[in-house]
Design a protein around this ligand. Sequence first.
Ligand code: ADP
Ligand code: MG
Ligand code: MG
Length: 880
Amino acid sequence: SKWVYSFGAGHNEGKAEMRNLLGGKGANLAEMASIGLPVPPGFTITTEVCTYYYDHEKQYPPELRDQVGAALALIETAVGARFGDTQKPLLVSVRSGARVSMPGMMDTVLNLGLNDQTVDGLAAASGDPRFAWDSYRRFIQMYGSVVLGVDHHRFEEIIEHVKLDRGIVEDTGLTAQDWHRVVDGYKEMVAEVTGKPFPMDPAAQLWGAIGAVFGSWMNARANTYRRLHDIPASWGTAVNVQAMVFGNMGEDCATGVCFTRDPSTGENIFYGEYLINAQGEDVVAGIRTPQPMAQLKAKPHERSMEAAMPNAYQELVAVRAKLEQHYTDMQDIEFTVQQNKLYMLQTRNGKRTAAASLKIAVDMAREGLISETEAIKRVNPSALDQLLHPTLDPKAPRKLLSKGLPASPGAACGTVVFNADEAELRAAKGENVILVRIETSPEDIHGMHAAKGVLTTRGGMTSHAAVVARGMGRPCVAGAGGVTIDYGAQALQAGGQVVRAGETITLDGATGEIFIGSVAMVEPQLSGDFATLMEWADKVRRLKVRANAETPLDADTARKFGAEGIGLCRTEHMFFDPQRIGAVRQMIMSETESGRREALSRLLPFQRKDFADLFRIMVGLPVTIRLLDPPLHEFLPHSEAEIAEVAGSLGTDVATMQRRAAELAEANPMLGHRGCRLGISYPEIYEMQARAIFEAAVEVAKESGAAPVPEIMIPLVATRRELEITHNQVDKVAQEVFAETGHHIEYYVGTMIELPRAALTADRIAEVADFFSFGTNDLTQTVFGLSRDDAGKFLPLYVEKGIMPKDPFVSIDIDGVGALVKIAKEKGRSVKPDLKLGICGEHGGDPASIQFCEEAGLDYVSCSPYRVPVARLAAAQAAL
Ligand code: ADP
Ligand code: MG
Ligand code: MG
């Protein structure tokens, strides 16, 4: 079978679609070569060889050697140089490349094929002995550390020694002879450390490097990374062997990494860095300061590639256009310029911030590179979330603590926490935390996820913290060198100011600033590209999107975000107000109906105003109001003062009240006296709420002319009879109010479907329901027999062990909960073909759950106001 695929060497055997076989790097090198871009010739050893290798006790397939030999010969012909030749040696790079780019894999080895003889050939052929010896020492250094495992400090020591001896400060001051001395030192040291002479045979070098790439697939770092990112070990890595091109041959040579557009803003401009007379990783290693690509982005002291190498730059500009045309996406590319000639060494779809992904999608659609539909698909709905969050109010007062790198945009405010486990623990309790670390590693990912923002004192824009935070959409300030952290003392300090664990700081990930205390924030920009994409999404989606909102503020936000009504107004949230809680308690604690009625009459005006406010904001749109649901104990008086107060208002004594409170206590409140059970045992409660709704609706209808459409929702219905009773109650109040006011309002009465029995008997329930709204939070609890408040103790373990694919409270359990939703839909619509169906609860804003709702044929989803745009986009994607 075929284990080796050539690229650029006369013919291209691979293409972009062959990523699984050739790895991402190899597949795209072949693709670039086949569209005529200048790619140094090479070949890819497939991921199947890696699998074979591990299935056969680290043996290669027998045909491999010959196939590698043949592919190498093709490179030799293409380049006109021979591997191991002493006159004109071919040098190659050996590069790993899995399906997805993966830190933890073996680093690239450059300049492979050099030895004591070929180095002279390279010197003669290039006419530049210094270049040849510099390349040789680079090779020994890379091969020595990457393949032979020699500590890189050992190499640095030797260079330092030669520099000191020669009184030279910069590497650039070293001559060919100096590098020769370095090489001698290296070889001696490697022999001493490894117990074997440095391999001089180019073939041995090549197979050593290939073996090291395959070996690195199972090293600890790679295993950890795979575990964290759900990458199966069976995927394997490919190995790319490619003719070297040299960016280190002089001032007309360079190497660089760049993006075809700005990955943090999306701006349509070349973005990246390059270095003249440099090789490989010099750009990211930070030894010399890389320079910008475009002149437009160069500061006065910088030398852009556009200015320094106009010809190569123009070639690159053409490549950029060709790549974007071809891949129709922003590319992250690596290139080298050898004597003014451009070579492409890598391309892949570039990672980008949420803001950039939005701008790039909209721009590309406008430029005609992609369709509007494609633009809708390109933006991850969850990433939109980031754009919808507040940034620091420019006018707000603030106290600067220090500054780091603006590693991931967005503002975050929270209490300082110094380790990931604690960040997770506190966040689970609802606290906003900022994870503060000297640097982060893969072990901190759960804490970064839980935190509102991340601060590190070490590392750059490409450090672990920066990369991971950008990926997660967490604001991050990285490499804040002015801040010192004392983990022992649980404190950080900067410029003499100390902040302890538990104290509040604010981060601005867009500027890198760190502030003491909290800083006021402003609402995000919802115009421009955002509005455009939303418009496109609205054109294609079928599902309506409503919001869960109780307060005028939430309702306003929801409208601004494009909500098409309220899908869930939880009236119990309106009862906790300090002005009302007294009356609420009085109502609950009263042992007589008259006592309850008196308390309720005090609550009526409050509720009426609540509803009127919502109706005014949602004028002309449906507003679903759920009647009182929570277990009564949530409102019980707790402190002695509270009990005394209620006793006073009811004209009774503290002892009676304590007895009453004990009576009301429940063993299992979530399955207790709540929802319609409450409305049936105390009908006056729902009567008051219904009256408040109808009076408010009439009031708003009279003042605005446009009548609101209340949808009154009865919670926790398990049987048809429960809904029938409560529905009749509501109708009776409606008739009373309409008679009193002489005004008639259109309204609906429906139910939550949040108990399995309700779903299973939905045909019976539908006879007395105008609509269903799936309350998937409670439905998930009751289907799994799982309390949401207690699940935190074991659910993460379940997810980690794969017992459950995802947290079912975050993403709907399609097999179980979803099956009940479908049953209820079918049964309900069998009785009432146009029964309106919606979903409220956390799932209404989750893209995967929205996809399910689309497939299940629901009419709308309802979610928290901030998630409305996410839901609009997800609904559009689900419809495509
Ligand atoms: P990574 O996956 O870490 O980016 P690469 O295999 O892309 O590793 O190699 C890193 C760098 O090495 C490249 O960006 C390029 O500068 C250099 N490099 C790799 N192969 C060659 C080559 N054939 N000629 C010149 N430079 C090369
Ligand atoms: Mg690398
Ligand atoms: Mg690379």
